[in-house]
Design a binder for this molecule. Sequence first.
Ligand SMILES: CC(C)(COP(=O)(O)OP(=O)(O)OC[C@H]1O[C@@H](n2cnc3c(N)ncnc32)[C@H](O)[C@@H]1OP(=O)(O)O)[C@@H](O)C(=O)NCCC(=O)NCCS
Length: 121
Amino acid sequence: MAIHGIGMDVVDVARMKKILARDDRLFFRKKIFSPTEIKYCEQSVNSAERYSVRFAAKEACLKAIGDPSLPLNEIIVEKKKTGKPFLVFGGSIQKRVEGYHLHLTLSHTKNYACAVVVMEE
Ligand SMILES: CC(C)(COP(=O)(O)OP(=O)(O)OC[C@H]1O[C@@H](n2cnc3c(N)ncnc32)[C@H](O)[C@@H]1OP(=O)(O)O)[C@@H](O)C(=O)NCCC(=O)NCCS
């Protein structure tokens, strides 16, 4: 067991709120987030926080893997029954993470959203 990579990211919730407000045709949402993520965020009273923290998770994951060119929409945050979040990956990233275990933790306030990813081999 060894740490292959670690990544963290912080997102300004006010900035995300502005992007979401301009996204009336949902292009941004659909480009970056999965249908499950969109449903979870939209159902929340503080949806900008939820989108922000998921965006942070995707960016933190790029850092842990060490490749900023990977598509964000193929890094997906899902949740266990306990509420604990975990990452699942779309086709083009699957191979990059094969044999690794990725740990994710999230935290958000009305101002900032933060995510940390640890990639373990
Ligand atoms: C789970 C818990 C730690 C979240 O902490 P929080 O300060 O409320 O909220 P944060 O912004 O830091 O974290 C929220 C994120 O934690 C994650 N989370 C939720 N349940 C989790 C769990 N069981 N394990 C790990 N992560 C969890 C989620 O991803 C959530 O974000 P999301 O809903 O957008 O996906 C907290 O709600 C909790 O259950 N604490 C236990 C202690 C307690 O009940 N204290 C209250 C009395 S003092």
